[in-house]
Design a protein around this ligand. Structure first.
Ligand SMILES: *Cc1c(COP(=O)(O)O)cnc(C)c1O
Length: 475
């Protein structure tokens, strides 16, 4: 396929627009570009066909089942997009006087209130633009709190080996030393290992619960107590909240700081490069350190701004990606208190439905009920039939199914992590299970056929390392 810049002819396009009728002003020489601008000159038909063709070559939630675990690729209600596109939200300027943007401030105020209620936190910032950005921000809050008490020796953050890769990366970025603790055989935190790891230098613990293998850690109260007792704080990675929202709250589990991924759980589609939003909630004692201004309701019912004197400083301009917050609030208000709970229940139900349908064919990494996702381990298949997790992922592509997350978490060999999400129908899950069971039969009878997959996609099996290091984006 040719690039858009390789299409068209000079002088084509733009004929609908009238010529510019204001005087052209040339910027100062230092601000002028050195090379001519290589703009495509294409007709409207060419451009619309070009992007339609590109869209056909990719796979999104609008095309088919997309069970990408730990990513919540659910189909998000279109009404949320409509709300975010309203001119009163989309066309405001962050420097407008507060009295002209009261509606936007109400959005920030209500979103903070409801998300705090859902997480069990006291205050929240919407500045962070992504989950990892939220982690970084949350860790700076933890650091600021220790330092404000004159406790500067707490330089270590404990992270279980099942953690999302961003956790240790964020801890390192925030200037901490990462202490890795191994998981117990059932995927939960190894309590003895945790007890051995905590001490006077522990700033905090970062944890995901349900964890990255999709299991709820039943020792959670014990875990957070151990950390608190040594003077550390507990950080909850709430990127994927759709197993527990409305049902269990990180605050009640003993967590002090939480980040959410609005672009996973709260109506902004994940993937595609953003914009995202990783708001950070915290307890009362950490609130003074939050970055940026937060909307507060005044006695007369109008809204104003507040910001802590002890703030860690801004981590992003103004109020973060505001329109993502509009979508999240619309989502919360459309679902309501009961709908939020139902979404969580369906996420867990769908994951368990698919798990049980395929569990006799696919070796589960962990036994028992899962939360919103589950992990299979195909190490046995690899040893016996020479069929890897990658082969299964590639075979799924030929059936119009996006592969599950592969080779994550790192503690599971030949891992495939499925997250159907709450928005899939029983028919879709049944069809996906049938495809998976067919692939399992092929693995035993004709593994060669699986090595040849995919047969229907524009690109088959690129050298993934080379493709990441030296991407050739025209094909
Ligand atoms: C996605 C994810 C993150 C990181 O979120 P980004 O928005 O991609 O930075 C962190 N933790 C978990 C468990 C995740 O699934």
């Amino acid at each position: 396929m040719r690039l858009i810049t390789e299409k068209g002819r000079e002088g084509r396009g733009l004929s609908i627009l009238p010529p510019c009728d204001v005087e052209m002003v040339r910027p100062e020489e230092k601000d002028c570009r050195k090379l001519p601008l290589d703009m495509p000159a294409v007709s409207e038909t060419e451009i619309s066909r070009h992007y339609s063709a590109l869209a056909r070559r990719t796979h999104g939630v609008n095309d088919g089942f997309y069970p990408l675990g730990s990513c919540t690729m659910k189909y998000n209600p279109k009404i949320d997009e409509e709300a975010a596109a309203l001119p009163g939200f989309a066309q405001v300027h962050p420097l407008q006087p507060a009295e002209t943007v009261q509606g936007c401030m109400e959005v920030l105020y209500l979103a903070e209130k409801y998300l705090c209620e859902i997480t069990g936190m006291s205050a929240m910032t919407f500045q962070p633009a992504a989950g990892a950005h939220g982690e970084f921000t949350g860790l700076l809050l933890i650091k600021a709190w220790h330092h404000s008490r004159g406790d500067e020796k707490r330089t270590k953050i404990i992270v279980p080996d099942s953690a999302h890769g961003t956790n240790p990366a964020s801890a390192a970025m925030a200037g901490f030393t990462v202490v890795n603790v191994p998981s117990a055989p059932d995927g939960s935190v190894d309590l003895d290992a945790l007890k051995a790891a905590v001490g006077e230098d522990t700033a905090g613990l970062m944890l995901t619960n349900p964890n990255t293998v999709g299991m709820f850690d039943e020792n959670i109260l014990e875990i957070t107590r151990i950390v608190h007792e040594t003077g550390g704080l507990n950080y909850y990675d709430g990127a994927n909240l759709n197993a527990i929202m409305g049902i269990a709250r990180p605050g009640d589990m003993g967590f002090d700081v939480v980040h959410l991924n609005l672009h996973k759980t709260f109506a902004t589609p994940h993937g595609g490069g953003g914009p995202g939003s990783g708001p950070v909630g915290c307890t009362e004692v950490l609130a003074p350190f939050l970055p940026g201004a937060r909307a507060v309701q005044k006695e007369d019912g109008s809204y104003g701004w507040t910001g802590g004197e002890q703030t860690i400083g801004s981590v992003k301009a103004f109020y973060g990606n505001f329109l993502v917050v509009v979508k999240a609030l619309t989502y919360i208000l459309t679902l309501g208190r009961e709908g939020i709970v139902e979404a969580s229940r369906n996420a867990v139900l769908n994951a368990n439905y698919l798990r049980v349908k395929i569990k006799d064919a696919y070796p589960m990494a962990y036994e028992g009920l899962c939360m919103h996702e589950f992990v299979v381990s195909l190490q046995q298949w690899k040893d016996k039939y020479g069929v890897s997790a990658l082969d299964v992922a590639k075979a799924l592509l030929d059936h119009g199914i996006h592969p599950p997350t592969m080779y994550f978490p790192l503690i599971v060999h030949e891992a495939l992590m499925f997250e159907p999400t709450e928005t899939e129908t029983r028919e879709t899950l049944d069809e996906a299970a049938d495809v998976l069971l067919d692939i399992a039969r092929l693995a035993q009878t004709d593994p060669g056929a699986l090595h040849a997959c995919p047969n229907t996609t524009p690109i088959g099996r690129p050298d993934e390392v080379a493709a990441a290091r030296h991407p050739v984006v025209k094909g």
